[in-house]
Design a protein around this ligand. Sequence first.
Ligand code: FAD
Ligand code: NAI
Length: 563
Amino acid sequence: LAWFSGQSTKKTFGERLKRRLKNFLIVTVIGFGTYYGTLGTKPRVVVLGTGWGAVPLLKHIDTEKYEVVCVSPRNYFLMTPLLPPVSVGTVETRTVIESIRSLIGPRVKYVEAHCVSVDPKAKVISCNTDGEQPVSRGDDVKTILIPSRRAGGSSSRIIKDSARVRPSFDMKYDILVVSVGSENNTFNTPGLEEHAHFLKEVLDARHIRSAISDAFESAMTPTQTPAERKRLLHFVVVGGGPTGVEFAAELAILVREDLQIYFPRLVANDVKIALIEALDHILSMMDKQISDYTERHFHRENIDVLMNTFVKEVKQHEVVVQLKGSDELKSIPCSVVVWATGIKPRALTNKLREIIGFDIQSNRMGLTYRSIFTLLFEEADAERRGTLDLQQFRALVERKITEFPQLEIISKSIEKAFEEADKDKSGTLTLAELHSALGKADTKIRALPATAQVASQEGSFVADLLNQLKDTQSNNYEQQNLKSFRYKHMGSLAYVGGDEAVVDFTGSKPILDMFNLKPLSGRSAAYLWKSFYLTEMFTGRTKTLLAFDWVRTQFFGRDISRY
Ligand code: FAD
Ligand code: NAI
């Protein structure tokens, strides 16, 4: 192009050469500029969330390769396992949070906002910036700051509205990572938003702490009737999963170690803690020995465990329950109600699943499992014979485990399914029984537990995956020969109060299985629990604060003032 544009019959050879060289230079500069300009534009990875999934990803992702932007309404990471101790003052609020900016540093850009919608075709997210601090409020996706319930009603609005002018915005992305966590599952139970507390965000814990203090101070009012005093000091925890169990345990300890000193009569005569569970045992996801141990331990700690009891409604001064097998409804007068009946996906996640099609995401894993099953059937020649025997299945798993590491997770479920289906103990299953057993196992294994452990491993995995990605523009990850996610379970821990905890190693990775570790309970488990969370704290600052909080509580007790 430079050569031709330099052609002019009327110019001398020198002029023509000069012009050609000039044009050549211009074109070269533009060409190289464009080339390097394109090369210099790093693909943008937008990460939604600052929780257990997002933070390990943000810490490990290669920022030389990607421009990384994190969008989340919470400008801190929250150490959720320590929320129960925060809700009674064993551990202070600032100990369990770490500024996202200090965790990720300037290499990642952070914007405080909610993502409200995603357009995967245009690769654009839309964000809303109400700037409010998250507090759980029923099924509401929008996180808002509300006056502390039952804690005097005064609003604890932290930021004055006038101080903020934050327009909503859209942002383009090349790769989007959604790690927005979950919200409380209320099962549409009436009265929760108005009369119950959740325990999911740090402000929830603060509100509960104030509400407990408020209940005791209200009970001390001289004109209070005995019945009203009893009601005020009846604390109800709904849901016998780990959240409900850990909170009930912390509350019992607060009462025994601190409130007992200041309110001895109330504690002796009126305080009651009830843990209500719809199933026939608590901590149902853990080993049965652990559930039994915790129930016995709670009995010693004066926590009433009401099993086979379903909470139908929460009213201002009572919870309405229904016993299993009965149509009758019963009312239990109480004051503070903590609702911990599990979680469900956020509306944004559901919307995304609809847009991109559910199959693309989680069923990719389902399909992999299905193909493993098919392969196993073929190998075992089960289709032809019409049965599969347990020994044969085990041998196949052993042979194929290096090729299909997922088998490690599924084989346990399948063995259980074998046990359930194989009634005559002959060790074989008919094809029909096998199909139904695999169907059951398939749903079980597809859903990994909604824990911090899973989320953080997924976060690190996605960071590694992105760091290895050769073609960042292509959506066809399978062609790029990338590994699939493999969850390594390290065991489950739960604090049950009174210097005791429980640890379940079922399903944990081979090294733990090798030592054949049995479920642990009692003091040794509590030491393990404490050391584990001390090491899990992300920074030296929070590790130190946590150690100080434990020492402070040990020597000086908990601060029971309401603020
Ligand atoms: P989260 O950690 O909840 O993070 C979600 C992030 O997304 C947050 O930063 C949030 O602000 C942000 N976000 C929300 N909406 C949007 C949006 N629209 N746009 C952008 N960002 C958004 N697990 C264990 O393994 N062990 C335990 O001991 C344990 N204890 C627990 C105790 C309690 C009281 C609770 C509530 C949970 C506990 N868990 C525990 C479970 C664990 O906290 C969760 O499994 C884990 O937090 C899930 O991680 P995540 O990253 O998916 O979500
Ligand atoms: P969960 O789903 O584990 O337990 C909820 C319990 O509430 C269930 O046992 C259910 O039967 C019961 N329930 C539901 N509706 C009820 C009703 N109306 N009345 C009475 N009981 C009712 O939920 P949780 O404890 O909130 O935990 C959420 C997630 O966080 C889980 O995935 C859990 O594994 C994880 N987590 C893990 C912890 C740990 O490992 N230590 C601690 C806390 C949470």
